[in-house]
Design a protein around this ligand. Structure first.
Ligand code: PLP
Length: 491
């Protein structure tokens, strides 16, 4: 994504200032240990209020970039020197694979659902960050209301009020949809399942980013399809030129991508690559399933446009849900299936017939009354701060060869550990010490990323989380440098 200007009129003035200053800190203009301009000086220079400047400095403090010294001012924190490097472009083996991750995934879900564990494993925002109370208020009202006719049960598309809100919501992201272009589903999981069932059959090959979200791999496994992993850049996403080359030798039936704030890489595809991807697939008549689950959680306002913006002929099927922005437990998602509407509708009939109605009503009302933007704004601020702290903690506590991504949205971090560290061992050792993580091999169909982990940073950064990062750092050091056998014998 081209860097957004800090003059973006859509942001608040303090957000523009944070963007400006964090850029200058990262570029070294304000070096570690140096003092930022005083509030008084900046107020005169920029003609903005002291409150706005203080609000910006406090946010930089939350992000761990600066620290306040009493009676003295705000200083760039020293440890940002220790920030880890970024991972490089991935190079998966380019042959289609059967997927076999369900058994381990069941074990993983069992282990991460324990409430006493520090939850860095599953990608779920902390409960108090989600507007659950408000949504449950609307849900109670929906349960009491008699406005919805039970006949809606036989409307596989979902209620119009929600489809209407979604169509309005995607318009500023470059896509003109009507209520009739959208279908409501049981979460994005069902949306993706329906899309894959509509465009491919068992044995077919589906191109995916490498690494990719394990749920996508699991759906491919359940449908008996095969995954083909495509080289993916940790900052710019799937490599369209590699996909084009691989397409010449493989009969790919669909491409499944997350163009905005990819899980687990956090990357965003540049606009030119998006246009190339849609043009390539349209030329080859290969459907693209766009998973936009994290698209709204951009740290820079406004969020990136949808891939579907480039779609003239209906080859892009866009899927999303409210799991990361409202709450996952309502299980409401949606799909805009383009030219495959009829096939997806047929798949929905066989899969679940229709989606629960009170949940749809509650979300539609919440969106109509305007609470959605406020809730997302708060989440973005906390996620951005926690990711920033996590990156610094990795720089401080993990071995120096460790690499980490720099997401510009969402709330997951992808970490490459030293080559000799087995992430499965780290996962088990960390669980024993009360910390869950997601081991890297879950994100590949081809047994890769054995020295990688994904960390959920959708949490408030507090001492418990900080200590969990210290524990992970110590364990990683131990696994990278196991005591030699001679030493063990001597002891
Ligand atoms: C990238 C991605 N797609 C889809 C899903 C599934 O979403 P839902 O809970 O709406 O089924 C997830 C859940 O974590 C995800 O991270």
């Amino acid at each position: 994504m081209p860097p957004k200007s800090s003059d973006d009129p859509a942001r608040f003035r303090y957000e523009q200032l944070v963007c400006e200053l964090s850029g200058l800190i990262r570029a070294g203009t304000f070096a570690p240990g140096e003092r930022l301009p005083s509030v008084r000086k900046l107020k005169q220079q920029k003609k903005i209020s002291a409150t706005t400047i203080l609000q910006a400095y406090r946010l930089l403090e939350d992000q761990g970039l600066v620290e306040a010294k009493p009676q003295s001012g705000f200083y760039v924190r020293p440890q940002i020197f220790m920030q880890p490097n970024r991972p490089r472009l991935t190079e998966p083996r380019s042959n289609p694979c059967e997927v076999d991750i369900s058994d381990f995934l069941l074990e993983f879900f069992d282990s991460v659902s324990c409430s006493s564990i520090v939850p860095l494993g599953a990608a779920i925002p902390a409960g108090d960050l989600l507007p659950r109370e408000k949504i449950y208020g609307f849900l109670a009202a929906a349960a009491r209301s008699k406005a919805v006719d039970p006949k809606h049960y036989v409307c596989p598309r979902g209620i119009r009020a929600l489809r209407h809100q979604i169509a309005r919501r995607v318009y500023p992201r470059g896509v003109n949809l009507t209520d009739d272009d959208i279908m409501i589903t049981c979460g994005a999981t069902e949306a993706i399942t329906l899309c894959l069932s509509a465009v491919a059959k068992a044995g077919d090959v589906i191109a995916v980013e490498s690494p990719t979200y394990f749920g996508t791999l699991q759906i491919i496994e359940c449908l008996g399809m095969r995954a083909l992993e495509i080289p993916t850049c940790p900052t710019e996403g799937i490599q369209v030129t590699s996909l084009e080359r691989i397409m010449q030798h493989n009969d790919i039936k669909a491409v499944l991508v997350q163009p905005s704030f990819h899980n687990p890489l956090g990357c965003v595809m540049p606009e030119a690559d998006r246009a190339d991807l849609v043009a390539l697939c349209t030329r080859h008549q290969v459907p693209i399933i766009e998973d936009d689950l994290y698209g709204e959680l951009s740290f820079e306002a406004p969020p990136p446009d949808l891939l579907k913006k480039h779609d003239r002929d209906g080859w892009v099927l866009t899927c999303s849900s409210f799991s990361k922005t409202l709450t996952p437990e309502l299980r409401i998602g949606w799909v805009a299936p383009g030219r495959f509407f009829r096939q997806v509708q047929r798949a929905k009939l066989g899969h679940s017939l229709a989606t629960a109605i009170p949940q749809q009503q509650a979300i539609a009302e919440f969106m109509r009354k305007g609470g959605y933007d406020h809730a997302i704004r708060r989440m973005r601020r906390v996620f951005c701060a926690s990711l920033s702290r996590a990156i610094q903690a990795i720089g401080e506590w993990f071995p120096p060869e460790t690499k980490a991504t720099r997401p510009l949205g969402g709330f997951v971090l992808w970490v490459e550990l030293p080559a000799e560290v087995n992430a499965m061992c780290l996962y088990r050792e960390a669980l024993d010490r009360g910390v869950s993580i997601a081991p890297g091999r879950l994100f590949s169909a081809d047994d890769q990323y054995n020295n990688h982990i994904r960390l959920n940073c959708g949490v408030h950064w507090d001492t418990r989380v900080e200590n969990a990062f210290k524990t992970l750092g110590h364990l990683t050091h131990e696994l990278a440098n196991p005591p030699s056998e001679d030493l063990l014998v001597a002891n």
